[in-house]
Design a protein around this ligand. Structure first.
Ligand code: C2E
Ligand code: MG
Ligand code: MG
Length: 705
């Protein structure tokens, strides 16, 4: 380091000899130095202010003051200006006191020591210069650190540092805000586990830190933790910082809060696995849970029951009250089912009004049966939706793992088959799957596929069964009965395929075809010169519920030219009593067209005749089950007699179905039944045969059974 320059030195010494010696010593070393002699306090004060001294050399003992006082003045005015003092021997205390007051050095007051002065000055100045340099370096460092910190603190990510031992040494502002730590709070004694949940500490120990040590850096996802235990999911970069010797100095972590993304991801995954309307698990999650349950049950030798639920007649509510109310009802149903489903069972909504339940860990079938009963029990009380009081029931089908199937798909399929059986039994009940159902449902499936093509392939035909007036013995009308001849399966009974046509919705097209064909046939007979006789056509429940029915019939009558009073519609008693209000309205619309209405299969629907007087009905068809035993069973005889008598009093005609014997005929004639239909006179026959029957003038008196 170069020798520092001293321009001006204040020399304070009352003794002229010493002064001269000191001056010589100084000028010998620093020839360019200006040495100003100070001899009183004013001069000293003035020099401090104006002379810009680089050095002050003072004696301790002065006539007008002491070196200590001058030192205090000097340090107050010019703190950086070094002061050297002469002290006498034995006055070490003074020296110590002066050093504490800021004295830079002292020299013993004796001429032989004056030569030491330049060396002392040099070392003071060198020290001073070093200090200055240190100060400016420190300032510069502090400045740059402040800038770096400002950058770090202005970020929105957590940035922190921690040592090899896991002690946390720094957390930036964003990190503190995230962790809810005060900006000035001391974190000196905290450690990584104070800010991370245990599972993340494991990730840090087993994965992040070893990889950062190996590769310098680790990227991944983990979580920070607030003091209250709240976890904040973060994406993290952990870096290992090494010293010059290659050993780890400290670690830094930059972490970004990904709560929002995680929430969004969770929402997406909820949407993917849950039904939006009810919030219940959807089919995908249901299948998952079912598979887990089967897996558990296999190990523990237990049973799993899969229940398929379908609300009875939900469509009617949906169609009549609208989707809003339908949806609210589905939510309410979901809520009730959820309450009784059992804690460990999964209830899902599969679609529309279809729900399913997986019930694992069962020891016996009876447990499933009890749960099914409880589920049915949910519907005992009415649902109150938007001012409507709605009564609803459900049907349940149950398939059991492992006996009924060992796959989720198979179990659901079999539960659905059992569910259909519940529906067939009238709903509001549960049925366990059994293997015979499968055969039936396969047959059902095959028939429904075949039925789709039946019309187009001309496999359907109408047969006609004559009806005979019991007074005159003459044919007084006929009933059109549908026949299906399948090329491979042969003749299929309407008892079998009409319900399928109903379920699949094909009944709409088929029913319309029947109506049109019957009307056309009737017109054809009239055009062939035969007497105009009424023709009866059967209507299924679903057809009867069609809002456009009256219009369809109007169109068909107009297109075929048949007079309305020659068309009779047969509606079964059970269809009519399903929804009496709607039935009365529909019947009124039909009778206004001028057509006739009869109740088919009367006596099987448990309705009383008087109850039916509110219906606009022309005729009652006494079901063949009563006619069959009319002769042997006094109860049936009494019922048939009562039906005939009451119908008469209500102004309705009676027609007996399924008359096979002369005894039955005689009985009916005696009771004054109006007409009859049965094998005794004729089986249902095709249009041509019926035409011949009519032409031949066949009647009861010339009939040969
Ligand atoms: P239904 O309307 O009660 O028809 C009378 C059924 O009794 C017919 O059976 C008929 O063949 C049968 N039958 C008539 N006389 C006798 C008899 O003396 N003894 C016995 N044992 N049976 C007799 P079929 O043709 O098998 O029809 C069965 C049911 O299918 C019908 O019962 C009706 O409910 C339904 N059906 C038939 N055709 C149609 C149709 O075009 N549309 C609708 N929706 N249903 C139809
Ligand atoms: Mg009928
Ligand atoms: Mg009938």
């Amino acid at each position: 380091m170069n020798a520092p320059l001293i321009h001006t030195c204040l020399l304070v010494d009352d003794n002229p000899d010493d002064r001269a010696l000191v001056m010589r010593a100084l000028l010998h070393e620093f020839p360019a130095m200006q040495v100003r002699h100070i001899s009183d306090m004013d001069g000293f004060a003035d020099a401090l202010q104006h002379a810009h001294p680089d050095l002050i050399v003072t004696d301790y003992h002065l006539g007008w003051s002491t070196g200590l006082i001058l030192l205090q003045h000097a340090k107050a005015a010019l703190p950086d200006c070094p002061v050297i003092m002469f002290t006498g021997t034995g006055s070490e205390e003074i020296a110590v006191e002066a050093m504490q007051a800021g004295l830079d050095d002292y020299v013993l007051k004796a001429p032989r020591h004056y030569s030491l002065l330049p060396t002392r000055i040099r070392s003071i100045l060198a020290r001073q210069q070093q200090q200055k340099l240190l100060q400016t370096t420190q300032l510069a460092l502090r400045d740059s650190e402040a800038r770096l910190r400002a950058i770090i603190d202005s970020g929105t990510d957590y940035i922190g540092m921690f040592g090899k031992d896991g002690s946390v040494t720094y957390i930036n502002q964003a990190g503190r805000t995230l962790l809810e730590i005060g900006l000035n709070e001391d974190i000196g004694s905290t450690r990584i586990p104070d800010y991370m949940p245990p599972w993340c500490v494991q990730i840090m120990l087993n994965e992040a830190i070893p990889q950062a040590v190996r590769n310098g850096v680790w990227n991944g996802e983990c979580a920070l933790m607030r003091r209250d235990g709240t976890e904040i999911p973060v994406s993290a970069v952990i870096a290992a910082h090494k010293s010059a010797d290659g050993s780890i100095d400290f670690f830094s972590g930059i972490m970004r809060d990904i709560s929002e993304r995680k929430r969004y991801e969770a929402q997406l995954s909820h949407l993917a696995t849950h039904d939006v309307l009810t919030g219940l698990p959807n089919r995908a999650l249901f299948t998952d849970r079912l598979e887990v349950s089967m897996h558990d049950a296999k190990r523990q030798h237990q049973l799993v029951a899969v229940m398929a639920l379908n609300l009875d007649h939900f469509k009617t509510i949906n169609d009549s009250l609208g989707h809003e109310i339908g949806n609210a009802l589905l939510r309410a149903v979901a809520g009730r089912l959820d309450q009784v489903k059992g804690d460990n069972n999964t209830l899902a909504r599969l679609s529309g009004d279809e729900f399913a339940l997986v019930c694992g860990g069962l020891a016996q079938l009876n447990d499933a049966s009890e749960l099914a009963q409880a589920l049915l029990g949910c519907f005992k009380t009415a649902f109150h939706i938007d001012g409507h009081e709605l009564f609803l029931t459900t049907s349940i089908g149950i398939a059991v793992y492992p006996s009924d199937d060992r796959s989720a798909i198979g179990l659901l399929k079999n539960a659905a088959i059992a569910l259909n059986r519940s529906k067939d039994l009238g709903g509001d009940t549960h049925q366990f799957y059994d293997a015979s159902m499968n055969a039936q449902s396969l047959q059902h499936l095959m028939l429904s596929n075949a039925l789709h093509h039946a019309l187009a392939r001309d496999e359907l035909q109408l047969h006609y069964q004559p009806q005979i007036n019991l007074k005159s013995g003459e044919i007084c009308g006929m009933e059109a009965l549908l026949r299906w001849h399948h090329p491979q399966l042969g003749n299929i009974s309407p008892v079998e395929f009409i319900p399928i046509a109903e379920k699949t919705g094909l009944i709409a097209t088929i029913g319309e075809w029947v109506l049109r064909t019957a009307c056309q046939q009737s017109m054809a007979w009239q055009l062939a010169g035969l007497a105009a006789l009424p023709i009866a056509v059967n209507l299924s429940g679903r057809q009867f519920a069609q809002p456009a029915l009256a219009q369809t019939i109007t169109d068909i009558l107009a297109q075929t030219g048949l007079a309305p009073h020659l068309l009779e519609l047969e509606i079964t008693e059970s269809t009519l009593i399903q929804d009496t209000q709607a039935s009365i309205a529909a019947l009124n619309a039909l009778t206004q067209l001028g057509i006739r209405i009869s109740i088919d299969d009367f006596g099987t629907g448990y309705s009383s005749l008087s109850y039916l007087k509110s219906f606009p009905i022309n005729a009652i068809k006494i079901d063949q089950s009563f006619v069959r035993d009319i002769h042997t069973d006094p109860d049936d005889a009494a019922i048939v007699s009562a039906i005939i008598a009451m119908a008469k009093s209500l102004g309705m005609e009676t027609i007996a179905e399924g008359v096979e014997t002369n005894e039955q005929l005689a009985f009916l004639q005696l009771r004054e039944c109006d007409s009859m239909q049965g094998f005794l006179f004729s089986k249902p026959v095709n249009g041509n045969t019926l035409k011949q029957l009519l032409q031949s003038g066949k009647n009861l008196s010339n009939a040969t059974p």
